[in-house]
Design a protein around this ligand. Sequence first.
Ligand SMILES: [Zn+2]
Length: 192
Amino acid sequence: MTGRTHDLAALNTLAFVAIIADGGGSITLSTLLVALLANQIGGIAPDIDQPTAPFWRNLPIGGYFGRIIDRMLGGHRFITHSLIGLGLFAFLSNMLLHFLHPIMRSVDIDLVWIAFIVGMVSHLIMDTFTKEGVPWLLPIPIKFGIPPIKALRIVTGKKMEKFIFTLLVAIDIWLIAMNYDHLLRLFHARII
Ligand SMILES: [Zn+2]
């Protein structure tokens, strides 16, 4: 699965969660922006175990660090693509956000944290539909995939992924169109 599909899937999932879980409270503009950023980082974070991942490509000597991290984490689609990895990331990101909170007081770090987790979960779900599958239950070394027949799953960068990408764009437009009034109210009254 390519980085841009993951980015889009993360955003889709976040929009979906935001629409469903509308608590009625207001959020600051800085919370919204930081949450979106955290969501996108969460959407590609599991692929830090891949030296060629977008996460590393965008850093100056990222390829080098990527290879080291790759070895440490047991290779591609290992610990970062499991529930244990998810728990670990959730814990570490929570610590980091609490550490950073004093320099961004107007940001609701709990919401930012949720956006990050949502992005990460969307990544694992998307990868489950690919040929390689996801070792959700590590240390049990089984890679799960949907559908169970490998031949029917998505191959990264191939036609099916392009179709999924288009589908995600369509879902995005549909989500916005269906909830237009709701989103408008959110932007008018709740973002401060
Ligand atoms: Zn992945």
